[in-house]
Design a protein around this ligand. Structure first.
Ligand code: F6R
Ligand code: MG
Ligand code: MG
Length: 383
């Protein structure tokens, strides 16, 4: 059976700052999706949140970029926005960049990851959702899951994985992609994906049969709108087991709280902290950047689950280390490399400050010239 998993998300406003989605906005979205399920547009759904992002997980048989499914998500965000406005929530409707729906959600603000699959007899998968970071944040764990034998034992000892995977990598600035193979081209893969703000792993395929293994949302709102309108908190769908990384190999990739761009004002590097759904709230310095992982099975397009995968003491040490890294990074205050490089900063005061100070800058060469002429005058008069 061909089933499509569509995960579509937007920040439509939140409680007490950019902190957490309000339950009433989730209820409004739920209502729209329940109606769409009743009308046969979608087969099943689950509504959740990470921080200030409202997340719609939907299954159906209509394929990717389907008008009706996207319109359903759009309506859910619109209805939730109405509630957010009524309640006076913060930044209500933030990610909805257009007033009218026009065929699909590309370029309209919400982020999405969609995957059309032929259901395996058992089809386990994980939906990862992060707040206060951007799509390239998944480059590191995707590489760990699908290309690093020190993370994924199956790459060495499972014959169905041994051939490796293909990585489709998007240059978000040029809007073009390249597909590279692992293990043969891992140095080339790393040369690109080590710049996660520009090169983003969009899809991963199993090399032996071309079966899709992972898909990431790639929208970068700042590039879409021409100016920054919010961080592009990303989602990722990963199929697990039986020729793909085991569930534990997938989660293992997040056991090290690596640094990602985002956090406060979308302008700071901080550790990605995997948390339970209960703890998916942005607090300290609006973070630290948080990740949740929900495990599902899908059968005949119906969802079974979820299991809240990071709600587990096995990740306590990761969280503790993330907190220590947060302390360490915070002590840099406004200094790089805690603060992002100017081109990646969410807030644009830096050009204004530079403009204001421009008349006060003195050219180094002028200073040297002035010294030189004093010297020349002095030697002239002493002659
Ligand atoms: C980052 C984020 C927050 C806000 C911060 C300031 O992606 O959502 O860190 O940038 O709370 O918010 P404003 O500018 O709305 O006051
Ligand atoms: Mg936000
Ligand atoms: Mg967010």
């Amino acid at each position: 059976m061909r089933t499509t998993i569509s995960v579509i998300k937007a920040d439509i406003g939140s409680l007490a700052g950019h902190h957490v989605v309000h339950p009433d906005t989730m209820a409004a979205a739920n209502k729209v999706l329940a109606e769409a399920k009743k009308n046969g547009i979608i087969a099943d759904y689950y509504v959740t949140n990470v921080g200030d992002d409202l997340e719609l997980i939907m299954t159906h048989t209509r394929g990717e970029l389907d008008t009706k499914v996207h319109e359903t998500a759009w309506d859910a965000f619109k209805e939730a926005t109405k509630v957010a406005k009524d309640l006076g929530l913060y930044a209500a409707g933030q990610d909805l960049l257009s007033d009218t729906f026009s065929g699909n959600l590309k370029g309209m603000g919400p982020g999405m990851a969609e995957m059309e699959i032929e259901e395996r007899p058992a089809e386990p998968f994980v939906v990862f959702m992060a707040d206060k970071t951007e799509p390239g944040a998944y480059n590191f764990p995707q590489y760990k899951m699908f290309a690093d034998p020190f993370n994924t034992a199956g790459l060495v000892i499972d014959p169905t994985m041994h051939e490796g995977y293909k990585f489709e990598i998007l240059d978000v600035y040029e809007g073009e992609s390249v597909t590279l193979q692992s293990p043969e081209e891992i140095y080339d893969i790393l040369a690109l994906i080590g710049t996660p703000s520009r090169y983003v792993i969009r899809r991963v395929y199993r090399k032996s049969d071309g079966m899709i293994g992972a898909v990431t949302s790639i929208e970068r709102l700042n590039l879409l709108a021409g100016k920054y309108v919010g961080k592009d908190d990303p989602v990722m769908i990963v199929r697990v087991q039986h020729g793909f990384p085991a569930l534990g190999e997938t989660l293992e990739a997040f056991s090290f709280p690596y640094l990602v761009p985002g956090w406060m004002r979308g302008s700071h590097y901080g550790p990605l902290m995997p948390v339970s759904q209960r703890d998916a709230r942005a607090t300290r310095f609006d973070g630290p950047p948080r990740l949740i992982g929900l495990g599902f099975n899908v059968k005949n397009a119906k969802l079974v689950g979820p299991s809240d995968l990071f709600d587990d003491p096995a990740f306590d040490e990761t969280r503790r280390l993330a907190s220590q890294i947060a302390d360490y990074m915070r002590r840099h205050g406004p200094f790089m490399p805690h603060r992002l490089e100017p081109t990646e900063m969410e807030y644009t005061t830096l050009p204004l400050v530079l403009e204001k100070l421009k008349p006060r800058f003195k050219k180094e060469s002028d200073v040297v010239k002035a010294k030189q002429s004093i010297y020349e005058k002095e030697t002239e008069s002493s002659d």
